[in-house]
Design a protein. Structure first.
Length: 188
């Protein structure tokens, strides 16, 4: 690898000039960073969208669909399997529906369970509440947040089973868990 006069590195066996700026080879350059260059500065973040993958000729275009949860197909909906009810915090009295499989908890509007009134809860995936439809069990686990999740006052570091009326604590919010699907009721 060598460096052009603008500081870009490239392989001279593959390129006669820098592929980035078309500058010729810098014969006096070094392979290491330029100590006089100073500190790097952050680049302004911007939204990006994935590039569409070209389809093979003649192949039918697949419609972009939404991933569906595994739920009783005869119902035609993703039924409620339980609730979280805010018993302490900015959203006290509000309830949140729990559906089958994984429910992501955070402040962002697109989270499955959006607790928007507590700024100490991460926007995305502070915690994950899961319902296993085969075993009829509920589980809570930490998400991708630096904030902790507590179950009945104990920090949650690995998935832990939830029982009816357990208290889940995120940020400054306490939520009571209420199971709807249990040994006496199941969706068929």
């Amino acid at each position: 690898m060598i460096r052009c006069t603008e500081g870009h590195f490239y392989d001279p066996a593959k390129h006669n000039a820098c592929p980035w700026c078309a500058k010729p080879l810098d014969l006096g350059g070094t392979a290491g960073p330029d100590p006089a260059a100073g500190k790097t500065t952050p680049v302004q973040a911007r939204e990006t969208a994935p590039e569409p993958v070209p389809m093979a000729s003649g192949a039918p275009a697949a419609a972009p669909g939404v991933t569906k949860r595994v739920a009783p197909k005869e119902l035609g909906i993703d039924p409620v399997v339980g609730w979280l009810v805010c018993v302490e915090g900015a959203d006290k009295g509000r309830d949140y529906r729990i559906h089958t499989e994984r429910n992501f908890i955070g402040r962002a509007q697109h989270m499955d369970i959006c607790v928007s009134g507590d700024d100490s809860i991460s926007r995305e995936r502070h915690a994950i509440l899961s319902f296993d439809p085969k075993k009829k069990q509920f589980w809570i686990q930490p998400g991708e947040s630096t904030g902790l999740v507590y179950l009945n006052g104990d920090a949650v570091y690995v998935p832990m089973e939830l029982k009816d009326r357990d208290l889940v604590e995120l940020g400054q919010t306490k939520l009571m868990f209420l199971a709807f699907v249990n040994s006496s009721f199941q969706w068929h």
